[in-house]
Design a protein around this ligand. Structure first.
Ligand code: CLF
Ligand code: SF4
Length: 490
């Protein structure tokens, strides 16, 4: 086990080897859960479903469901008017002070519904000016709305761009609605791609941070996506999010009904790897619904139905103050985590020249617990969808957050398909020194150890508090032993 406490610094979403971002950009992504991988552990977003119409057809979309570009098909969203959307945002922002971003991502296309989209943004600017505004679009209408977006300080924009080659595009988009008529085939894809790239260039010129989403469609655009990645990088995109196609017959989409297969985790991982040299990549996307609420990976939308929020007492000014406090607390905690004391091996010569009284107090350590409700260590590592994260010191344990992860074991005959999910979980737990769970398989056990995280299944069904204390003591004892061994062998 690595007791040196060294951790690679994740500076941006999903990419750890890139140079540090300039401070001005870092400040703009630090609390955006999609544009910064680290931020998604701390900050929440809300999508408001104000945009019903769409101006194109994608073969992976069925209009009965949410926009597949930014959402998982399956459930129709509750469509909101701009006024209802703002009321919902204020209600959520009152209940979830970690809320930092409001996005419009469907259920159709935000910019195919410009009146509703911009009215929502305008009202939000007035009533919750501290919240970041974010928009997702297929890009067809984007160039004409760039100035309007900049005027509303919408600094984070996502364009879904699946191809830059119209031949490939024509296999994904059967038609677009352009200048009052329907255009089909290759010409439709040509216009769409031109508009997407023009919109990207104009946004970058106005200083927006642009994320490009691409849906990986095996046999259609998989070999082509590295070219897409290069093209968007050359035009100044900030981030590339390669998402797996969702195509099931029961969704009634063209691809679903035609038996177009979805990519495997391995294919997705390999493609991301190929694109990583050219572009900053996102790998923590949860393909959220167009009415998602909460941290990425959690859906608290059901708590905020229209009926319920109508009855709530809302004080926007007090709520904004609470959000400012919450942000300050989160940032203080993040700063503390970044500079948390680490255990280092001390050479014997140094030990001999220092009085024993200078032995440091055991450091603050972060531990992750697999638990259903935070009382017992009672979850199986493979089944958990969120970890309870604690900071432990000699003074005791304090709860930090519930951190969502992708369930490692899919329940299929083989859990081998979960490699990519396991890699994501390891990245999500990179700041923790141990993971406590009720049970854990050999593969994740080995992966955790290799990552320098102690896997512990010895405290199954024990109260979290006593289990944390025991593992903390174990870590401290191991650290002392490592120091002594290093001193002896020096
Ligand atoms: Fe929403 Fe999209 Fe803004 Fe994020 S989601 S509009 S950029 S606030 Fe995020 Fe959800 Fe993935 Fe989208 S995890 S689907 S990338
Ligand atoms: Fe569906 Fe979104 Fe494509 Fe429009 S842009 S067709 S809503 S997936």
């Amino acid at each position: 086990m690595n007791l040196t406490g060294s951790r690679s610094a994740t500076t941006t979403a999903g990419h750890e080897k890139r140079p540090e971002l300039p401070e001005s950009i870092r400040a703009r992504v630090a609390n955006h859960p999609c544009f910064s991988e680290d931020a998604h552990h701390h900050y929440a977003r809300i999508h408001v479903a104000v945009a019903p119409a769409c101006n194109i057809q994608c073969h992976y979309c069925n209009r009965k469901y949410d926009c597949s570009n930014e959402s998982r098909p399956g459930v129709v969203s509750e469509l909101l008017t701009p006024a209802q959307a703002v009321r919902k945002v204020l209600a959520v922002a009152e209940a979830i002070p970690q809320l930092s971003v409001v996005g419009i991502a469907g259920p159709g296309d935000a910019l195919a519904n410009p009146e509703r989209t911009f009215e929502t943004f305008r009202l939000l600017r007035e009533q919750a000016p501290d919240l970041r505004l974010c928009v997702s679009t297929n890009g067809l209408a984007l160039p004409e709305w760039v100035d309007e977006l900049a005027g509303d300080q919408v600094e984070h924009v996502t364009i879904t761009l699946n191809a830059i080659d119209p031949e490939i595009g024509a296999r994904i988009y059967p038609w677009i609605f352009w200048r009052h008529r329907r255009v089909r085939g290759r010409r439709a894809a040509e216009i769409l791609i031109e508009q997407q790239l023009l919109g990207l260039e104009r946004l970058v010129a106005r200083g927006a941070l642009v994320k490009v989403n691409s849906v990986l469609i095996p046999g259609v655009n998989d070999a082509h996506l590295p070219e897409v990645s290069r093209a968007i990088r050359e035009r100044g995109a900030f981030l590339h999010n390669i998402m797996p196609l969702i195509a099931r017959p029961e969704h009634g989409t063209f691809f679903g009904l035609m038996g177009q297969r979805e990519p495997s985790e391995t294919e997705l991982g390999a493609l991301r790897e190929r694109c990583a040299g050219d572009m900053r990549l996102m790998s923590h996307c949860r393909q959220c619904r167009a009415d998602a609420v909460g941290l990425l990976g959690e859906d608290r939308g059901a708590e905020f139905s229209l009926e319920r929020i109508e009855q709530l007492e809302i004080d926007p000014v007090a709520a904004m103050a609470r959000r400012a406090e919450a942000r300050a607390a989160i940032e203080a905690e993040r700063a503390r985590a970044r500079s948390a004391p680490t255990v280092v091996s001390v050479p014997l010569s140094a030990l001999l020249t220092k009085p024993r009284a200078q032995a440091p107090e055991p450091p603050v350590r972060r531990l992750a617990v697999a638990s259903r409700d935070g009382r017992l260590v009672d979850e199986h590592f493979g089944a958990v969808t969120e970890f309870w994260i604690y900071a432990i010191s000699a003074q005791g344990a304090s709860f930090i957050e519930r951190r969502p992860i992708d369930r490692y074991c899919s329940g299929e005959a083989s859990c081998g398909a979960g490699e990519e999910r396991l890699a994501r979980t390891l990245r999500a737990l990179a700041d923790c020194e141990a993971v406590l769970c009720a049970r854990i398989g050999f593969a994740p056990w080995g992966a955790l150890e290799a990552a320098g995280i102690l896997p512990s299944g010895e405290h199954a069904l024990e109260p979290v508090e006593s289990a944390l204390a025991a593992v903390y003591a174990e870590l401290n004892a191991a650290a002392s032993g490592a120091q002594a061994a290093a001193a002896l062998s020096a």
